[in-house]
Design a binder for this molecule. Sequence first.
Ligand code: NI
Length: 162
Amino acid sequence: MALREIRELGEDCLTKVCKPVKELTPRLKTLIEDMYDTMYEAEGVGLAAPQVGVLRRIVVIDVGEGPVTLINPEILETSGEQTGNEGCLSVPGKTGIVTRPNYAKVKALNENMEEFIVEGTELMARALCHEIDHLNGVMYTTKVEGELYNVEDLVEEIEDED
Ligand code: NI
């Protein structure tokens, strides 16, 4: 198990357009393993390569339905709308309201460089859109409606309602 340093908002690597993967080298395979280790350790549901400082079009996602590796992902179709809280491992402790499609269909390559289609609704659709944004240098903070606030404050609000 190898953890990589998660880069935080303000670092250049988070606002660059990432390059496509042409060949899955041993180095990139190790990167993918490390991305899973890093994401699970941080209790995230998705991580994009630029978040660990590698400007390649690679994403890992696990919203609780098992790991999905996406290489060179492309959004084919979206529909509907969902508005809700979003966070990012590169913006620790913060959350904000973002409107995303409620459904997304994505084409990508798997770890054998074979094309596959993944579709998702709700959290999976949100994760697909959020992570693919990272590959284009787009942070969710540019899409937040209103203020970014502390996750702790959100937890207190929920406790107050009980
Ligand atoms: Ni993120």
